[in-house]
Design a protein around this ligand. Structure first.
Ligand code: FES
Ligand SMILES: [Fe+2]
Length: 413
C-alpha cells in the first residue's frame, strides 16, 4: 500500500485470460502454497537476486560482522581488513560446521541473525580451522600439508554491496546485474532522505503465516486500506478514496495539520534536513524486490525486510530509521511512530494470513487484481519472469473455476 504506482495501465494482453472478466489474474495457487514452488523461488530469485540482509551501521570496523538467514541459507557479512565488506556462507570448509552458530541468539531473533566482531580472523568452533577476514584459510591445526591449498579451501563467497545504509547479499555470485542496475531510479527518488546516514532507533519483528509474495503484494496496494486500516485512512484520507488508487509519484498527502505516520500525525522530531516541501508533508514509498519495503515520512523511515521461510511462513523485520541528531537528544523517543506502525502492521499481517489460509482451499486456483492493484501485479510479473510462468495467458474459466492448464504443468507441487 505504500509504494509508487507502477505507471500507466500495463495489463497484459491476456488480462482476464479470455474470460471477459476485465481483471488481471494473480499468480496461481501453487505459487503461494507449494513448497516445491518455494524451492524454485529460492534458486531463481532469493539466491540469485540482491537480497537485503540488514543495515551497515554495525559494520564499522574490521571484523564487525552480521549474519543472516536467506531462505534457509545462513551467511556472514564481515568488514574486511581493507575496509570492504565481504560475504561468505556460514559454513566451514572442513566438515561443514556453522562458523557462527545460529543458536547463539534468541530463536525469535534468528532473522536477520546474530552479529558481533571477529578478532582478526574467523575461527571454526569445531576443529579450529581459522580463516582470514577475506575468507582464505589461514591455518588448520596439525595439517601442515594444507598450506599450499589455502585459497582452494577459502570460505564459499557471497556477493555483497550496499546502498542507503542497507546491506544486500547475492548468494549466487555474479548471477546477474549489479545492485546499482537493480535499484534503477530508486536511489535518485529518495536521495533527499540520506538513508545511509540514518540509524535504527527501534525494531519490530513479526512471524507472519503467509507467503512472502502475499506480504509484498499487500504492501504494494492500498485498495485494502479502507476496510483494513481505519486509523491510517483517518490520517491519510486519500487511502480510502478512489479505492486506494494513489498517486505515489507525487507523494501521498496527510489530513490537514498532519505530516507523519503517528497517531496524531505530528511528532516532536524535526524533519530530515534537506527535504523538499512535498517530502516534508507527504508520504512516499518504495519496494526493492525481492525483500525490502521502504516507507518514508518526514522524520522517520520504516524499513521492512521480508524473510521468506517457507511457502506459508515469512518473518518481517521493521526497522525504524531516524536522523542521528534526533537520536542523540536526551528525550528521543521513537514510540509515537513505533506504536502507530505496529498497529498498521498487525492489521496487514492478519489480513495476509487470512489470504494465505483462504488460498489453501481446493476451490482457489488464482485470484484477480483490480486496476488499483496494478503495482501488486509487478510482484507477479517479477516472479513469473524469473520462473518462466506464463501466468496471464494460460488461465481459463471452467465450471470448476479458473484452471491454469499449461501453468499447472510447470509447477512442481
Ligand atoms: S568443521 Fe570446522 S574445523 Fe572442523
Ligand atoms: Fe496495509
Amino acid at each position: 500500500m505504500r509504494t509508487r504506482k507502477a505507471g500507466p495501465d500495463r495489463r497484459a494482453p491476456g488480462a482476464g485470460a479470455g474470460t471477459g472478466i476485465p481483471l488481471e489474474l494473480s499468480l496461481p495457487k501453487a505459487s503461494f502454497t507449494s513448497e516445491a514452488e518455494f524451492r524454485r523461488e529460492r534458486d531463481a530469485i532469493l539466491f540469485t537476486d540482491w537480497f537485503c540482509v540488514g543495515r551497515s551501521a554495525g559494520l564499522a570496523a574490521a571484523g564487525d560482522y552480521i549474519t543472516a538467514d536467506v531462505a534457509g541459507e545462513s551467511i556472514i557479512v564481515v568488514r574486511g581488513d581493507g575496509g570492504a565488506l565481504k560475504g561468505f556462507y556460514n559454513l566451514c570448509r572442513h566438515r561443514g560446521s556453522r562458523l557462527v552458530p545460529p543458536e547463539d541468539c534468541e530463536p525469535a531473533a534468528v532473522r536477520p541473525g546474530p552479529s558481533g566482531c571477529f578478532a582478526g580472523s574467523i575461527r571454526c568452533p569445531y576443529h579450529a580451522w581459522t580463516y582470514g577476514l577475506d575468507g582464505t584459510l589461514r591455518s588448520a591445526p596439525f595439517l601442515p600439508d594444507l598450506r599450499g591449498h589455502r585459497a582452494a579451501l577459502s570460505l564459499h563467497s557471497v556477493d555483497v554491496d550496499t546502498w542507503g545504509g542497507f546491506v544486500f547479499a547475492r548468494l549466487e555470485p555474479a548471477a546477474g546485474p549489479s545492485l546499482s542496475e537493480t535499484l534503477g531510479g530508486i536511489p535518485a527518488r529518495v536521495a533527499a532522505y540520506q538513508l545511509s546516514a540514518l540509524r535504527t532507533g527501534a525494531r519490530l519483528r513479526y512471524q507472519v503465516a503467509a507467503n512472502w509474495k502475499v506480504v509484498l503484494e499487500n504492501y504494494n496496494e492500498c485498495y485494502h486500506c479502507g476496510p483494513v486500516h481505519p486509523e491510517l485512512c483517518e490520517l491519510v484520507p486519500e487511502f480510502a478514496r478512489a479505492g486506494g488508487d494513489v498517486d505515489w509519484e507525487s507523494g501521498v498527502p496527510h489530513r490537514d495539520g498532519a505530516y507523519t505516520f503517528t497517531a496524531t500525525g505530528t511528532t516532536s522530531r524535526l524533519p530530515f534536513p534537506g527535504l523538499s516541501e512535498p517530502e516534508r508533508t507527504r508520504h512516499f514509498g518504495e519496494l526493492v524486490l525481492p525483500n525490502l519495503m521502504i516507507s518514508l515520512s518526514a522524520d522517520h523511515v520504516a524499513a521492512f525486510t521480508v524473510w521468506p521461510e517457507s511457502a506459508g511462513r515469512t518473518t518481517v523485520v521493521c526497522d525504524f530509521l531516524f536522523h542521528p541528531d534526533e537520536m542523540a537528544k536526551p528525550d528521543f523517543d521513537p514510540g509515537d511512530a513505533v506504536t502507530f506502525w505496529d498497529m498498521v502492521n498487525r492489521q496487514d499481517w492478519l489480513i495476509c494470513e487470512r489470504v494465505q489460509d483462504g488460498m489453501t482451499s481446493r476451490r482457489f486456483t488464482a485470484g484477480y487484481l483490480a486496476p488499483m492493484e496494478e503495482p501488486s501485479a509487478d510482484v507477479g510479473r517479477y516472479v513469473a519472469a524469473r520462473l518462466d510462468i506464463d501466468w496471464q495467458s494460460t488461465g481459463a474459466i471452467t465450471e470448476e473455476g479458473l484452471a491454469h492448464d499449461a501453468t499447472q504443468s510447470r509447477f512442481c507441487g
